[in-house]
Design a protein around this ligand. Structure first.
Ligand SMILES: NC(=O)C1=CN([C@@H]2O[C@H](COP(=O)(O)OP(=O)(O)OC[C@H]3O[C@@H](n4cnc5c(N)ncnc54)[C@H](OP(=O)(O)O)[C@@H]3O)[C@@H](O)[C@H]2O)C=CC1
Ligand SMILES: CC(C)(CO)C(=O)C(=O)O
Length: 309
């Protein structure tokens, strides 16, 4: 399979590396600086699932260079979407490739569908704790990685089966989901609570599970997300909502969300893409989500990174 990983950050380089490891034809769409770094340093992964290194990496820096692609795995941040959509559009048009986005959130699905067509956008999400170090190498720090994917259109069934064939050999857990939209909403509910609260508290996740008043805030966020899912035609059962709460309770106490990590580093945060998008859905359906709105208001000053006061 010809796979283009769009964005060689922590997620892109990790899953791209795992696919390269089993002989897939993987290339990376990157910006100039990152292309140079990958040329000098190569791809390097340090992981409990096994370390991996590859010196010669194929990179592209302009969409016109991409001639063959069956799958584009999109791994940029939510705030990069505006600038990358025209490039994705060009690559998809000239190759016929299907896009598999792994971003947290939900809003990007419709935006990509509008750009390249409904039949060209699959559903996907990742569960991993990974980051890039100074040399641009991946540091994967939780024990396992999961990539869930699934068809959002009947034309994608064949491609899903082809990915399923590859997944047996991979060191990462690729899981095909029949109802990927429900899984996207479950992850979206979880990450909206975890990212919003850890960032607002500026404390790791254990303070949510161990502080009853804070856990109540998290449960309220999850209820509000479940309401939005319902309005968007995805029903989460009581058991599934409880499951999201349990995901929070089971999250490593000293670990935190990538939003909180970005906030600590003074980097931009995916606030608009997560909590902001939830507020836009609430407006669309004329419902109120006061807890998410409050977290959004608290975090808004940090949206673009370090705040000078
Ligand atoms: N990291 C994690 O553990 C997890 C992340 N996620 C989600 O996955 C998504 C990606 O996260 P993550 O990998 O951590 O983010 P990173 O910041 O590590 O990577 C994003 C990459 O996108 C690249 N990029 C941005 N614009 C372009 C462009 N125009 N052309 C090419 N590349 C571009 C950036 O390149 P450059 O180097 O040039 O800036 C950067 O390397 C987010 O939505 C995140 O919430 C989900 C689960 C876990
Ligand atoms: C919680 C985690 C690390 C799970 O993959 C995540 O998605 C994030 O913090 O962005």
């Amino acid at each position: 399979m010809n796979i283009v990983v769009f964005g060689a950050g922590a997620l892109g380089l990790y899953f791209g590396g795992r696919l390269l490891e089993v002989g897939q034809n993987v290339s990376f769409f990157v910006r100039e600086k990152r292309a140079q770094q990958l040329k000098n340093e190569g791809l390097k992964i340090s992981s409990p699932e096994g370390d991996f290194e590859r010196k010669d990496i194929t990179t592209y820096t302009s969409p016109e260079q991409v001639k063959n692609a069956d799958l584009i795995i999109l791994t940029v941040k939510g705030y990069h979407l505006d600038s990358v959509i025209p490039q994705i559009q060009t690559i998809a048009q000239q190759t016929g490739a299907v896009v598999l986005p792994l971003l947290n959130g939900i809003e990007h699905i419709e935006r990509l569908q509008q750009a390249v067509g409904e039949e060209k956008v699959m559903g996907g999400l990742a569960t991993i704790v990974a980051t890039l170090n100074e040399q641009g190498h991946v540091e994967h720090t939780n024990p396992t990685s999961i990539l869930k994917y699934g068809a959002l259109h009947s034309e994608q069934t064949q491609l899903c089966s082809e990915i399923e064939e590859i997944q047996q050999q991979l060191k990462s857990n690729f899981i095909r989901e029949e109802n990927i939209l429900k899984h996207l909403w479950i992850k979206y509910a979880f990450i909206t609570a975890l990212s919003g609260i850890t960032s607002a508290m500026q404390l790791p996740s254990g303070f949510i599970s161990e502080t009853p008043a804070t856990l109540k805030v998290a449960k309220n966020v999850i209820q509000e997300m479940s309401l939005l899912a319902e309005k968007e035609g995805v029903h989460l059962t009581d058991g599934e909502v409880e499951g999201v709460v349990n995901m929070l309770l089971g999250f490593k106490k000293e670990a935190t969300s990538s939003m909180h990590q970005d906030l600590r580093k003074g980097l931009p945060i995916e606030l608009e893409h997560l909590q902001g998008a939830a507020l836009r859905l609430a407006t669309k359906h004329d419902v109120s989500i006061p807890v998410i709105e409050t977290l959004y208001g608290i975090l808004k000053p940090y949206e673009l990174g370090r705040v000078k006061n």
